[in-house]
Design a protein around this ligand. Structure first.
Ligand code: EPU
Length: 424
């Protein structure tokens, strides 16, 4: 197993290209199951989660071709030859549940393994299932699998989500495109990934209005056709790299990023004393000699502060002047990075969903590890600012969501490298 070795203390200068969004791509790929014509995604990120989704689609009989070294994905589901999404793939990646809506909408039946919990929380899929039932599906939970059927096809309906769910909104949005009649999704997620999916589905012939707002209306059509769609920029990768010069000092331009994708986060960065500037090509972040001010953060669905940037923001606030309060309101167990940051010298107290961070003058490098993607990258960010060496183990978490992380950071002057365990 590889680790990442960071030697802290280098100021960063340069440009970092922002890749296509993992979480948008993971929702766009299953849309290929809605049509017998090919769906082409450009600006796809090269990540292990994307390869896992490709494997899942292939297991269902969808052809997936990866062109231009993985930048372009062409998916063709002339027919779905297997309607069972197996536990062995679904357990690796929760986004696998997103094949349920499309398969059911196209062929009237699907069997998908229940994903189970994960490191950041229980993460049930009850909202996905409730929504599909509203569209007329019959569901049966047996042997760890959801057996879904709608022999006469899905029919449009009103789906009111009791809480905002990105995945459930995506599943229902896809399913409703081929349902008979009108579907209204209330309290829908407003994340940019939802808007991106709606744009792609529209290019495939779907009739959708209201994406990006709380109410999405979908008028079902008889069939969808192929399309070519560019994946939106990854707002979480953007926010993560915006924190690199904020922690290490220096000035870095995130090319292809846009402030509106991370507005709530960018506002907090500025409140912490970090300069954020729009440029012709993206967003530039700098911290010269100024300190970091303490700020309070509460995670919330978009347009609020993203839970997927909470760990990385905590890394910054460990070095702030004063006490910051971070409240995690989306996932119940998303502070696994706190004990590891404490090993690097941070002062953090966690009580339930609230972490209180008292800034310290410096962090010290240490061997650390984390059990999820965003927690892992927060330790890399902390390592950029720490004295000495930080070794982050379990790099496979990072490879799920950050493409060429060490190349992108070392191009800006960071001392960071991947080492194999044996050499380590
Ligand atoms: N929830 C339910 N029932 C459901 C669905 C969700 O109770 O049927 C709960 C979840 O347990 C959670 C909350 O609702 O407490 C929000 O979950 P949501 O469904 O919005 O999350 P998701 O679709 O499973 C996506 C991202 C996550 C990101 C969340 C929140 C993908 C593939 N994943 O997950 O990304 O944290 O939205 O923004 O899009 C990551 O990239 O590191 C990551 C975890």
């Amino acid at each position: 197993m590889d680790s990442i070795l960071v030697r802290g203390g280098q100021r960063l200068t340069g440009r970092i290209p922002i890749s296509g969004a993992k979480n948008a791509c993971l929702a766009l790929m299953p849309a290929a199951l809605l049509t017998e014509e090919p769906l082409t995604l450009t600006n796809a990120p090269r990540l292990s989660d994307i390869r896992t989704m490709a494997q899942l689609l292939e297991s269902l009989g969808c052809e997936v071709a990866s062109l231009q070294a993985g930048r372009v994905l062409v998916m063709g589901a002339e027919g779905i030859s297997n309607h069972v999404a197996d536990y062995d793939i679904v357990r690796k990646m929760r986004a696998s549940i997103l094949v349920l809506g499309p398969m059911l909408a196209r062929d009237g039946h699907a069997v998908v393994s229940l994903p189970g919990g994960c490191a950041i929380g229980a993460r049930p899929v009850d909202l996905h299932l409730m929504g599909l039932e509203r569209l007329g599906a019959t569901l049966d939970l047996r042997d760890g699998y959801v057996h879904a059927s709608a022999p006469n096809g899905l029919r449009g309906g009103l789906v009111e989500f009791p809480m905002v769910s990105v995945g459930a909104t995506e599943n229902l949005l896809m399913a409703a495109t081929l349902a008979k009649g009108t579907t209204v999704l209330r309290n829908a997620a407003r994340e940019p990934e939802i808007a991106d999916l709606a744009r792609c589905l529209r290019a495939m012939g779907a009739q959708i209005e209201g994406e990006g707002t709380e109410t999405i209306e979908i008028e079902g059509v008889d069939r969808l056709h192929g399309a070519t769609h560019p994946v939106v920029a990854d707002r979480i990768e953007l926010g993560t790299y915006m924190l690199a010069p904020a922690l290490a000092g220096g000035e870095v331009e995130m090319v292809g990023g846009r402030r509106e994708l991370v507005a709530a986060f960018a506002d907090k960065l500025e409140a912490a004393g970090i300069e954020v500037e729009d440029t012709a090509d993206g967003v530039k972040v700098s911290r010269q000699n100024g300190g970091i001010a303490a700020v309070d953060v509460e995670t919330a669905p978009f347009p609020g502060f993203p839970t997927d940037l909470q760990a990385q923001m905590m890394a910054l606030l460990t070095l702030a002047d004063g006490v910051s309060r971070l409240e995690e309101r989306i996932f119940e167990n998303r502070f696994m990075h706190a004990p590891e940051l404490i090993r690097m010298g941070a002062h953090i107290e966690v009580h339930g969903g609230v972490a209180t961070v008292t800034g310290v003058e410096r962090l010290r490098g240490a061997p650390v590890m984390a059990t999820d993607l965003r927690a892992s990258v927060s330790l890399i960010l902390a390592g950029l600012a720490a004295e000495g060496e930080t070794r982050v183990a379990r790099v496979y978490h990072l490879d799920r969501g950050y493409e060429r992380l060490e190349d992108k950071l070392s191009a800006c002057g960071a001392q960071i490298e991947r080492v194999s365990e044996r050499a380590a």
